[in-house]
Design a protein around this ligand. Structure first.
Ligand SMILES: *Cc1c(COP(=O)(O)O)cnc(C)c1O
Length: 371
């Protein structure tokens, strides 16, 4: 699904030299690399504060801690996402409210959002799934109307641009009160291990988040609040500093592969290619098809037999997962997610796909689905 080795080879000399330098400096934790990376990412995103942490799941948890969400508060997010989003809501004793997604963009259904709001709702967590922003203009206006926090889960969409109807353009993760991301190796900006970050323009919140990631400490050994231990280490920051300037070119390579797939499947009745919304660019963390008229799982098996990597994101809606079943969800309103879990299939998507590989993949798929 990804080719991390190929991508590394292009930057190997730089990465190897930098890693040696960091080791020689012995500044493994909270070193200058981490501070520089935070500044550079803030500059790239055009946001005031970047607070790095250990992974994208922690980033979500820390965001919710920073916003003072309390047990019993309802947090609305989508049923069609990676488990981390709902996991941290549950871990903090908050009540997850799972809503459906738009069948074409896979992102939060804003009509469903409107319907899900109750007097207990405190926050909304839109997930910019597969590399494309959710409809933030509508989500932010609903949030403003009801005085709710918006936490953007940007783990899959770092670098995507959202354009508001007044022409203002913002990076994914910088529109809500706080945005979170992950530097897991296979994410669009991947480290060589775990990593994550939070973004915010709010000075007070930034200060608080910075204290929470470091045990709730304000001054050394003085604790103002209960925090966690969640750090990005210097080696990961050093790798990310090398890759950040390449992020836009990585997105271009992904978009080029997506264009190839789009064109190849243009006339395939049984394949629906991913929709690109007009308000957001798409950085294609995943390239996800919908398969209709034939059994998706038989295609999945066929591709496996032909050594074509492919994956099902996601095979089971979160509301049906054993771990989350005890929450009361409105199943009747989650039909799109239930349907998507049966029909989606993601194809190899990374920065190193060449025409030969793309031809092989698409020809095999077309031959199978036209049978
Ligand atoms: C990967 C991911 C996360 C979690 O990131 P980790 O760094 O693996 O903890 C959270 N949300 C979404 C949507 C993700 O894809």
């Amino acid at each position: 699904m990804v080719d991390l080795k190929g991508q590394y080879q292009d930057i190997q000399a730089q990465v190897d030299a930098k890693i040696k330098e960091v080791i020689a400096s012995s500044s493994f934790i909270k070193g200058p690399e981490v501070q520089e990376f935070e500044k550079e990412l803030a500059n790239y995103l055009q946001v005031k504060h970047v607070i790095s942490c250990a992974n994208g799941t922690d980033a979500l948890q820390i965001a919710m801690m920073g916003l003072n969400l309390k047990p019993g508060d309802e947090v609305i997010t989508v049923d069609f996402t990676f488990a981390a989003t709902v996991e941290v809501i549950a871990l903090l004793g908050l009540t997850p409210v799972l809503i459906d997604v738009d069948p074409d963009t896979f992102n939060m259904d804003t009509n469903a959002l409107q319907k899900a709001i109750t007097p207990k709702t405190k926050a909304i967590v839109p997930v910019h799934l597969f590399g494309q922003c959710a409809n933030m203009e509508v989500i932010l206006s609903i949030a403003n109307e009801h005085n709710l926090h918006v936490i953007e889960d940007t783990a899959q969409a770092i670098g995507a641009d959202f354009t508001f109807s007044n022409g203002v353009c913002k990076k994914a993760g910088t529109m809500g009160i706080v945005g979170t991301t992950s530097f897991f190796p296979s994410k669009n900006l991947g480290a060589y291990g775990d990593g994550g970050a939070l973004f915010t323009d709010d000075d007070t919140l930034a200060k608080k988040l910075r204290s929470i990631v470091n045990h709730g400490m304000s001054k050394r050994y003085y604790y103002d609040r209960i925090g966690v231990n969640s750090r990005l280490d210097s080696l990961q920051a050093a790798v990310l500093r090398i890759k950040l300037p390449l992020l836009d070119s990585y997105a271009k390579a992904r978009q080029k592969a997506a264009d190839f797939y789009d064109k190849a499947f243009e006339n395939c009745e049984r394949i629906t290619t991913p929709k690109r919304s007009d308000f957001s660019t798409h950085v294609f963390h995943q390239y996800t098809l919908k398969i209709n008229g034939i059994n998706r799982d038989s295609l999945h098996e066929f591709l496996k037999d032909n050594s074509i990597p492919n994956a099902i994101y996601y095979p089971v809606p979160l509301h049906q997962q054993k771990a989350y079943k005890h929450f009361k969800f409105n199943k009747e309103r989650l039909g799109v997610t239930i349907d998507l879990c049966k029909t989606v299939l993601s194809l190899p998507m990374h920065t190193e796909l060449d025409t030969e590989q793309l031809n092989y993949i698409t020809n095999k798929i077309i031959a199978f689905t036209n049978k």
